[in-house]
Design a binder for this molecule. Structure first.
Ligand code: TMP
Ligand code: ASP
Length: 240
């Protein structure tokens, strides 16, 4: 596979075209931002840990029958993915109240949400990723009713799979964000699942092991991401 020109550079990943029009290369960078890009930083190896965590979790989901864009790893930080038609909706799944939910509504941080809460945000930096409901998604033509139903079902299945897997690794999953795309008439998961896009809390101490460490200056971001990598992809720490 040959890496061709840059297609798009986001806040933490850069996407490249390849000589195969059906495949893209997604490079996980060490840069990170929060609060609509207002807070910026660099963290050495952060891209590597996120790429390795995402690769492992996407393969886990594939094994459990969830279609994802994951193809293979080209290097420690470069993931080959299927090109998809991205649906401009950020799907947030919440199992425990945290973050913006506790700012906007009278939920207490740490409060269990059973059944989980699903929220949809319109993926648009220009509009500040506003929360939308199904009617707005339909009126904007973001997805069809059938696609939204499918996305909801997939998000809840992904949530159950991840909760069980992370629980065995002594991690809680308060919430996370997912994006989906269309490929050959099917809805596929087309996102990373990483410390940038999930909240991970240590089950014993409740400590944040995710981007909240950066958002709220809670300590050493790289140490937190490394700890999640140790639990999810221990094989990358084995001496060769
Ligand atoms: P929030 O509490 O800040 O709304 O975040 C909810 C979840 O979504 C959290 O796990 C972090 C993730 N998230 C993203 O992946 N991208 C974003 O732009 C935002 C705001 C949140
Ligand atoms: N990713 C978003 C930003 O860079 C927000 C966040 O994750 O807090 O602004």
């Amino acid at each position: 596979m040959i890496k061709l020109s840059e297609l798009y550079s986001g806040k933490a990943k850069t996407v490249f075209k390849t000589d195969n029009p059906e495949k893209l290369i997604m490079e996980f960078r060490d840069s990170l931002t929060a609060f609509d890009g207002k807070k910026k930083s660099e963290a050495p190896k952060k891209g590597y840990y996120n790429a390795q965590i995402a690769a492992k979790l996407l393969q886990l989901l594939e094994e459990k029958g969830i279609k994802t864009h994951f193809d293979s790893m080209l290097s420690g930080t470069e993931m080959v993915v299927d090109a998809v038609d991205i649906i401009k909706i950020e799907v947030i799944v919440r199992n425990i109240a945290a973050g913006s939910l506790t700012k906007k509504y009278p939920f207490k941080t740490g409060q269990k949400l059973d059944p989980p809460i699903l929220l949809f945000d319109y993926k648009s930096d220009e509009h500040g990723d506003p929360m939308i409901n199904e009617d707005i998604a339909l009126a904007l033509g973001l997805a069809t009713k059938a696609e939204l139903a499918k996305i909801r079902k997939l998000a809840l299945s992904i949530n159950s799979i991840l909760i069980d897997y992370l629980d065995e690794r002594n991690l809680m999953l308060p919430d996370f964000k997912l994006e989906f795309g269309r490929r050959k008439g099917k809805i596929v998961l087309a996102d990373e699942i990483s410390c940038d896009t999930c909240r991970f809390w240590d089950k014993t101490t409740g400590e944040s092991l995710d981007k909240d460490v950066f958002r709220f200056d809670k300590g050493d971001l790289v140490a937190a991401y490394r700890e999640v990598a140790r639990r999810i992809v221990p094989e990358i720490f084995k001496k060769k």
